[in-house]
Design a protein around this ligand. Structure first.
Ligand SMILES: [Mg+2]
Length: 182
């Protein structure tokens, strides 16, 4: 039996990048932004000084020191046994993030081998059976089942053809129920 292929995004999916934005923004400005203030806004425009957010993405340590998304480690570990699992991150926009993301995965997801890590520019060429991502732009060209992971920026978006998952408990329920073999 062939395992089905599952593609898992990093930022906003296994990386709690929202908390990192809030933390770095507070450190830079002294202003604490509530998560509720970010709901439904594009992530780079959600903060009063959006330029700062863009700058963070190019700064050493931003990706390396981000927190792991609650519940993701155990579920990804379980799914890694059942699926042909790849971590797929469109990291090329921020080249310094490549080594930081690689090291971050080694710390929080040590069971993921380097063979399973795909850092790319566009996700258009990626194919598989399931993709978990928080951005429509990444899911829209995907040939398999599209799982939209809830993030502040996509909270109000409703489109046909996508299954929304709000947290890793929901991902577990959905993907462990689904046939993982074809
Ligand atoms: Mg993402």
């Amino acid at each position: 039996m062939k395992k089905k292929r599952l593609l898992v995004d990093m930022d906003h999916v296994i990386v709690d990048i929202t908390s990192q934005y809030i933390k770095w923004y507070k450190d830079a400005t002294g202003t604490e932004i509530e998560r509720s203030e970010l709901l439904g806004k594009p992530e780079d425009l959600a903060f009063p000084q959006p330029r700062l957010i863009r700058d963070f993405l190019h700064m050493p340590g931003f990706f390396r020191n981000a927190e792991v998304m609650p519940g993701s480690q155990d579920v990804v570990k379980g799914l890694n046994e059942l699926y042909e699992l790849f971590i797929v991150s469109a990291a090329m926009e921020f080249p310094q993030s490549l080594i930081e993301k690689y090291e971050w995965l080694g710390e929080y997801f040590p069971f993921i081998t380097w063979h399973q890590i795909v850092f790319c520019g566009s996700k258009k060429t990626i194919s598989g059976d399931f993709m978990i991502d928080d951005h429509f732009k990444n899911l829209s060209n995907f040939n398999g089942e599209k799982l939209l992971f809830t993030a502040p920026h996509n909270i109000n978006t409703h489109l046909n053809g996508y299954t929304r998952v709000n947290n890793w408990t929901e991902v577990k329920g959905l993907l462990l129920k689904n046939l993982s073999y074809s």
